[in-house]
Design a protein around this ligand. Structure first.
Ligand code: PLP
Length: 369
């Protein structure tokens, strides 16, 4: 049995007629930038997230960047970010001229450790930027409490967590600003780039709406130096179709994760831990192996596709060499990056395929150890 890490085409084939119809509708409308499709998606996604506003933008990185700008983050400011994340979270801060201040994750949940945040706050800190990594919500109440105490804003990176719940409420429903990516492989993915911000804050939403469209509220009148970062109209139409299936797809991911959690327990792999207040959406199913290279090679031999999210933490990337963090600066993030492996996880995976991965993991563990 050959099983790819991810099968994006399967979701298209499943919804082909609906998606083709949506694309045709846009092509035949003669309206290709912003317009009704984007507005309709924004309303539908805001409703899904139980947020008051949604603004569509070109991608997840722009969603983070424009949200930070709307929160008035600029040169000389500091933003607290996880040391354990995809580099986009850091880059968005740098794009504002601000400095990302990394905070180590909790070694069990892999998300930013709220207990370490206060030590990183300085008079220059403006925003705390937690990431809901792998689709698991970060511990937001602790983060909100710290933010309130120090007069800081909070921006959530929800790029991997569409539909996840924290203490019963969806991410996006906590009255806060959340940045989303619709990169094709995300739980809600377009067929190209896409992103959005949801928030209950009218001022923030309005600023982002202006920033994404050349700083203009009225055509050819430019109030601020903005960007071209609009959610593509075709992608908005596609996302409207896929949004209707998101909960069903997330349920399918949950079933696969439940099967993995049982099948992979007690064989020497570190499997994900879910706090009782978290309802993750399993963007990735990440295990840790002390002998990752061998473990991955064995799975590969068994025809199973796996990926590493992520092989190099942001602080050790050439892009951030100037911050001067060497090896050992963030040991928890480094340890996680050195051991993680993501197993196949997509809604169309069958019980049999999941079982095949479990059997192969058990065998690979014996060889790797
Ligand atoms: C995918 C991702 C992003 C960036 O999204 P793009 O749409 O690719 O720009 C940001 N943060 C995290 C955690 C991501 O996984």
């Amino acid at each position: 049995m050959n099983l790819p890490f991810l099968d994006l085409k399967a979701a298209y084939l499943e919804l082909q007629s609906e998606i083709d119809a949506a694309i045709k509708r846009v092509l035949e409308s003669g309206w290709y930038i912003l317009g009704e499709e984007v507005e309709a998606f924004e309303q539908e996604y805001a409703a899904y997230c139980e947020a008051k506003h949604c603004v569509g933008v070109a991608n997840g990185l722009d969603a983070l960047h424009l949200a930070l700008l709307a929160m008035e983050v600029g040169a000389g400011d500091e933003v607290i970010v996880p040391s354990n994340t995809y580099i986009a979270t850091w880059l968005a801060v740098s794009q504002c001229g601000a400095t990302p201040i990394p905070v180590e994750p909790d070694a069990v949940t892999y998300n930013i450790d709220p207990a370490r945040i206060e030590a990183a706050i300085t008079p220059r800190t403006k925003v705390i930027l937690p990431v809901h990594l792998y689709g698991q919500p970060a511990d937001m109440d602790l983060i909100f409490t710290i933010a309130r105490k120090h007069g800081l804003k909070v921006l959530e990176d929800g790029a991997q967590a569409h539909g996840a719940r924290y203490k019963g409420k969806r991410l996006g429903a906590h009255g806060n600003v959340v940045a989303w990516s619709f990169y094709p492989g995300k739980n809600l993915g377009a067929y190209g780039d896409g992103g959005a911000i949801t928030t209950d804050d009218q001022v923030i939403a309005d600023r982002i709406r202006v920033l994404r469209n050349y700083g203009s509220r009225v055509k050819y009148v430019n109030d601020v130096r903005g960007f071209n970062s609009r959610l593509d109209t075709l992608q908005a139409a596609i996302l409207r179709v896929k949004l209707q299936h998101l909960d069903r797809w997330n349920d399918a991911r949950r079933k696969i994760a439940a099967q993995y959690l049982v099948g992979l327990a007690g064989i020497g792999l570190t499997i994900p831990f879910v706090p009782d207040w978290a309802e993750p959406v399993w963007h990735l199913f990440v295990v840790r192996s002390k002998a990752r290279e061998q473990f991955q090679r064995q799975l590969n031999k068994a025809g199973i596709g796996t990926l590493i999210h992520y092989p190099i933490p942001p602080h050790l990337q050439g892009a951030y060499a100037d911050l001067g963090f060497g090896k050992g600066a963030f040991p928890i993030a480094e340890k996680i990056h050195g051991e993680v492996l993501s197993l196949p996880m997509f809604p169309g995976m069958t019980l049999e395929q999941t079982n095949h991965v479990i059997v192969a993991c058990r065998e690979a563990q014996v060889v790797a150890e």
